[in-house]
Design a protein around this ligand. Structure first.
Ligand code: AMP
Ligand code: MG
Length: 497
């Protein structure tokens, strides 16, 4: 298919675009326009994000915008490009990668970058076809907004468009394009790229760009001996620690934590074979391509640290002192457990500071996690039911989830005693705001995908609505908050997307 260059293809939305990444210079990217797809149609539109970006509601009914976000029109003011990065994949140095199927359009006036994923071949496509399939695009669209709704740092998704153009994966599927939104899509792998290829000047340009735009405090850091690059490593370690702690608390498995999928801003990015846990199994592997379980649920914190270590190594030519880099990484080890504990305490409704009860509180958390694993209890449903029955009232719905009734009774009693002196309504409030009713379970995504393949996009719309505010009750939609059906266990999600 031909690329467009002629002026008839230009579309002027009247937006002011900035292209600060494009300003970094030719070493960082290749300029190119997306490849068109025939007869696109809307699959999902995120109107609330569009409003945040000051995009006019009326555009969403226009054929022109549909064509533009599919890559069929050139948006006036954008400087489209694919960036180059490298990375460690499944623990091995993978060399040069890059945006193989994503094209950065530019940055809107509110400082958010728009990127089209699935928009055709780039110089970094390697063996790939530059495309994304409908199935994985719907999953990315919905999960980005599910994470946002849960308050977990993430790239966002503005819309998905589809086309009947065939795309070969294990079977023949059809093409789709997701418009992703984030302040930046820079990854650990961007730093690794310039470091491993001994391009120190470019590494410095990249680090200074990230510091100036996103981590200005690093410039004035008086700790770390005024070393702004060590300060950057501290800040990224902290953000990554917070993000992964939130994943663990909510039961989110990313699936492919390669260093090229790690955001320098500590955002959850590159949704592929992710999964929200159904039953609580700490060893759960959500990615069928991950045969050794490198990215199993309970390995995620260690892997995040491993990835930060790679980032530290990449920054070493700028930090210059190895000890300083190692000291900077220590922040992960303090922030991760502190944030995880705070999140788990909130899940339990423990409003007060731990103080004298710190050890007892930790035991309360440990015991329930062991019980959930032993009895294969549904993670999301357990916490939501517990939120509705704090104070040992109405505990039957929680007890019903367990086989070991004496054990859960003993635990519920301990929890009731621990929260007895706290204002009951505030405990319930905290728990209901921390333990979601709705998460994007695999089977829910799958049902929306199957309907979408038949051009029924109503389940995509419904899921978006529920997942945007997952702590609300949404009366009438309980079927989306129930146990997964038996067939959910047979859904195989791999790297194929
Ligand atoms: P992922 O595991 O999806 O994060 O992808 C790893 C690398 O492979 C990135 O550089 C992607 O851009 C690239 N890639 C994945 N799928 C394709 C595809 N269908 N066409 C071109 N490049 C791809
Ligand atoms: Mg990736």
């Amino acid at each position: 298919m031909t690329r467009f260059t002629d002026s008839q293809r230009n579309l002027d939305l009247g937006l002011t675009w900035h292209n600060s990444f494009a300003g970094l210079g030719d070493d960082f990217y290749t300029r190119l326009e997306p490849q068109p797809l025939p007869e696109p149609y809307w699959v999902g539109r995120n109107l609330s994000l569009a409003r945040e970006l000051n995009l006019n509601d009326s555009w969403w009914t226009s054929q022109e915008l549909l064509e533009a976000v599919t890559g069929n029109r050139h948006l006036v003011g954008t400087q489209a490009l694919a960036s180059v990065y490298s990375g460690h994949q499944f623990g091995q140095w993978a060399g040069q990668l890059g945006d193989g199927r994503a094209i950065l359009l530019g940055e809107t006036s509110c400082g958010m970058e728009l990127q089209l994923k699935g928009s055709g071949l780039t110089p970094y496509s390697r063996m790939g076809d530059g495309r994304a399939v409908l199935r994985s695009s719907i999953r990315e669209f919905l999960c980005s907004e599910a994470m946002q709704g849960l308050g977990i740092p993430t790239s966002r998704a503005l819309c998905v468009t589809g086309s009947d153009a065939p795309v070969r994966r294990e079977t023949m599927e059809t093409a789709a394009v997701v418009t992703r939104v984030a302040p930046s899509f820079i990854r650990f792998g961007h730093f690794e790229h310039f470091s491993y290829s001994d391009q120190r000047a470019q590494l410095k340009i990249l680090a200074d760009y990230v510091i100036d735009r996103f981590y200005p405090d690093c410039r004035v850091a008086d700790k770390f001996e005024g070393n702004r690059y060590a300060a950057l490593l501290v800040a990224v370690s902290e953000r990554t620690a917070k993000m992964v702690a939130q994943w663990q608390a909510v039961g989110f498995c990313h699936g492919v934590m390669n260093t090229d999928n790690m955001s320098i801003l500590g955002l959850t990015i590159d949704y592929g074979p992710f999964q929200f846990l159904d039953t609580y199994n700490p060893d759960h592997i959500c990615n069928h391509s991950d045969t050794v379980g490198r990215y199993a649920f309970n390995k995620q914190p260690n892997i995040a640290y491993w990835n930060l270590f790679c980032l530290g190594q990449a920054l070493l030519p700028l930090i210059e002192e190895q000890e300083l880099a190692i000291a900077a990484l220590e922040s992960f080890k303090t922030v991760f457990p502190a944030v995880l504990e705070a999140k788990m305490r909130a899940k339990l409704g423990l409003l007060d500071s731990s103080g004298d009860t710190a050890n007892d509180d930790r035991a309360l958390i440990e015991v329930i996690l062991k019980l959930l694993a032993k009895d294969h209890v549904d993670y999301t449903i357990f916490w939501r039911r517990l939120s509705h029955c704090s104070g040992a009232m109405n505990a039957a719905a929680v007890r019903d989830l367990f086989l070991d009734r004496p054990a859960i009774d003993a635990w519920l009693l301990r929890h009731a005693q621990r929260t007895a002196h706290l204002p009951h309504n505030l405990v319930t409030d905290l728990m209901l705001k921390t333990n979601p009713k709705f998460v994007l379970r695999n089977h829910l995504g799958e049902q929306a995908i199957q309907a979408a393949k038949l051009k029924d996009f109503s389940r995509v719309d419904t899921l978006l609505l529920l997942l945007e505010s997952p702590f609300d009750e949404h009366p009438g939609f309980d079927e989306y908050a129930g146990f997964p059906p038996d067939w959910a266990n047979d859904i195989e999600i791999s790297c194929s997307s």
